[in-house]
Design a protein around this ligand. Structure first.
Ligand code: GP9
Ligand code: MN
Length: 654
């Protein structure tokens, strides 16, 4: 029989198996194309094919009566994996980990935000694989076709197992040592999919997610040793006493921190029709100390990661989230250090206390009280809950009562809520005219170019958040709460708006009502790196007592805030992993996936690519040294969190 005939016959006889193989590799490749765009990369394709061959080999060992179940269960798991990762990538530009299952309970609370803002047709397209399988099974049953796939066939099983090994050898042959390191770096999810495909990533992720439980027995000593060595080597003690112009300037003053939901620095630079999007924040930035090159470094824990890193100067967990998975560990926090100095320390947030497990974690971080939704009159709801304006007004009363009843200083941390994705409750927000007006042949033409888009809604929502903060400052002043008080405002993370919206925004030409491209004059380069740099958030330190009129554009991360405030308020944590921005030289901002920013480059650790920030030439050693430091910082921070090492070190290792 001719080869062609043979293949055709085989397709008919093993149609169920062939369907499984082709539908799986098509969906896996499609997911990579919709996310990391490495369309024709050979290695992940072969890695995916190898895993599919492995499950095909196993299928020939499954009894006939269980065969349907086997393929159905496998296909359902695969399709769910594709859909979840496709959605997750839209929101986090990374891939989902099973360690986040515990965190998924909070997705329900922001469910409408996710559905409205994240779920797209491209996410549901993967369902075809399951629908096709059901149709095929029904067709074969209806026509009593006995597909040879149903037979137990050890010979074929061995052949597919061999196929898996061949794929494995090819992948090994075309990989380099640094690629393997990704298998143990839970923060390298994107890099794992780019290099080894979604199946290998997800299987490895399950193993890694079990690692803390497994390694608690085996890896603990190594983690302890490496952590102590890290601190010895990086000599944080030395940074503790570096005097500078801000040393102890705020000691004993009240501290009010505003955790500004989804506030991005780019919004502070926008003006539409002569009206600033954030006039109040811009005024505070001008009068105070404005850190204009500041990044929040969050992982999947978003708001809660920002709170954690702000309070501890440690990187967020790469395996789950601290607030949900590691809430019971011991941490040295700003809260605890200020309490030791006689401060009354409390947090305030208009959402349910259980969101992000705050009602548990805030106590563990050292807050005396957490004023959650139950402490407020929900008299105005916008987006996820109590409006910021009402939240701030009611909070001022609470702070006033605390100030009047407690004779020491206080530290209040207020977490805003209104400016939260999908920013769709715009009808409840103040107007913001974002139309562009241009004169074309003597006619004034109005262009509603972002009106009603998620970016247009975002600017309007930030405009509201800014107005609310402006009102809050006034209310504090009227209540006499600004004297001897320092206000710190930070954006907790970017608004998670897609790159395409910014490219449109920056390159829209109102005269032609078109979007400029790289061939057009006036085009502004907008790519994944400019997008990453646009994810910066503001940090503002302001006090009514003195004008500083300073802007600091040194690259700074949330991890550096505790050391910087510690120098100002005279507190210090020997576990802080960041630096006082007014003493550090050549600072770098490490992101939760191992990428980093310096004053010379942005380095993407997932793709091992660099994007120049300055014209200064750098060598390979510059990259190697900083990449190793970035990985070490994340690794040690995860060790401390996973193994609760602060408690061990503080209590003297037995
Ligand atoms: C939820 C609010 C938003 O209470 O802090 O959290 P996020 O979705 O930004 O992590
Ligand atoms: Mn947030």
């Amino acid at each position: 029989m001719k080869f062609k005939e043979k293949i055709k016959k085989s397709f008919v006889e093993y149609r169920l198996l062939y369907y499984f193989i082709f539908s799986s590799i098509i969906n896996a490749t499609m997911l990579r194309c919709f996310t990391v765009f490495n369309y024709f990369s050979l290695r992940p394709f072969i890695a995916d094919l190898g895993i599919i061959f492995l499950f095909s080999a196993l299928s020939f060992l499954v009894k006939e009566k269980n065969k349907n179940k086997y393929f159905l269960i496998l296909t359902i798991i695969s399709v769910v994996m594709f859909i979840v990762n496709s959605m997750y990538y839209t929101f986090y530009k990374s891939f989902a980990s099973v360690s986040l299952l515990a965190t998924s309970v909070f997705v329900v609370d922001v469910g409408d935000a996710i559905v409205e803002n994240v779920v797209q047709i491209k996410d549901l397209i993967f369902l075809w694989q399951l629908i096709g399988l059901i149709i095929l099974l029904k067709y074969e049953k209806k026509n009593q076709i006995k597909d040879k796939t149903y037979k137990v066939n050890k010979k074929l099983s061995k052949k597919f197992a061999l196929g898996f090994l061949v794929c494995l050898l090819i992948v090994v042959a075309i990989s380099k040592p640094s690629d393997y390191a990704r298998f143990t770096k839970e923060w390298n999810r994107k890099g794992m999919v780019i290099n080894f495909g979604i199946y290998t990533f997800q299987i490895n992720d399950i193993i890694q997610s079990l690692r803390p439980q497994l390694n608690n027995i085996f890896g603990h000593d190594v983690a302890y040793r490496k952590t102590v060595d890290f601190y010895d080597e990086h000599g944080y003690e030395s940074t503790k006493h570096e005097e500078n112009i801000f040393t102890n300037v705020f000691e004993g003053k009240n501290l009010i921190v505003i955790h500004a939901e989804s506030l991005q620095t780019l919004a502070m630079k926008q003006e539409f029709n002569g009206k600033e999007v954030t006039p109040n924040l811009n005024k505070l930035a001008r009068e105070g100390i404005f850190f204009s090159n500041f990044y929040s470094q969050v992982g999947v824990g978003t708001s809660s990661d920002a709170e954690f890193t702000f309070s501890t100067s440690m990187m967020p967990s790469s395996n789950g989230t601290v607030f949900v998975n590691y809430y019971d560990r011991e941490y040295v926090t700003i809260q605890k250090l200020l309490k030791e100095k006689g401060y009354y320390v409390f947090s305030m947030h208009g959402n349910t206390g259980s969101f992000w497990n705050r009602d548990v974690m805030h106590k563990n971080m050292g807050y005396d009280v957490f004023f959650d939704k139950d402490h407020y009159v929900i008299d105005e709801t916008i987006g996820l809950g109590l409006s910021d304006k009402s939240f701030f007004k009611q909070s001022t009363e609470i702070i006033k009562n605390i100030k009047d009843s407690y004779d020491g200083p206080f530290y209040a941390n207020l977490i805003t809520l209104t400016n939260h994705t999908p920013f769709s409750d715009v009808d409840l927000l103040d107007e913001l005219d974002t139309t562009l007006k241009v004169n074309i042949d003597g006619q004034i033409v109005e262009r509603d170019y972002i009106d009603g888009t998620v970016l247009g809604n975002y600017f309007r929502s930030v405009h509201y958040e800014d107005a609310a903060i402006g009102e809050f400052i006034l209310e504090l002043d009227e209540a006499g709460l600004l004297e001897n008080t320092v206000i710190v405002i930070y954006g907790d993370h970017d608004a998670r708006i897609g790159e395409e919206y910014y490219n449109y925004f920056y390159n829209y030409d109102p005269y032609t009502d078109t979007v400029l491209n790289s061939n057009d004059e006036g085009y502004i380069l907008y790519n994944e790196y400019t997008y990453e740099l646009d994810r910066k958030v503001p940090l503002i330190i302001w006090t009514k007592d003195k004008e500083y009129n300073m802007e600091i554009d040194t690259p700074m991360g949330m991890i550096d805030v505790m050391p910087t405030l510690g120098n100002m308020f005279n507190f210090y944590s020997k576990y802080q992993m960041g630096y006082d921005i007014f003493s550090v030289k050549d600072n770098m901002v490490v992101f939760s996936d191992g990428s980093y920013l310096t004053d010379k480059i942005y380095y993407n650790a997932q793709k091992e690519e660099q994007f120049p920030i300055s014209a200064t030439a750098i060598n390979e050693e510059y990259i190697t040294k900083r990449s190793e430091y970035a990985d070490k910082l994340i690794e040690i921070s995860n060790y401390i969190i996973t193994y609760d090492l602060i408690k061990e070190i503080e209590n003297g290792r037995n």
